[in-house]
Design a protein. Sequence first.
Length: 71
Amino acid sequence: MSVIKVPEAEAEGWRCESCDETLTMRPIELEYLGSLFTVELPSCPKCGMVLIPEELALGKMNQVEHLLEDK
């Protein structure tokens, strides 16, 4: 399984509000309409909370959602 690396998803400068841990890039499995995608995203090493940057959510992820819904 390949991991999608997204340039706009960066961990630099982000911290988990709950744990006060620095976010690190790691592969995260996302599912939408039965399709699985592995995307490298910033996440908390302690609690696992994932940051999905606004540009990614409104850009590429939105495009993929529409493609999958049109199938």
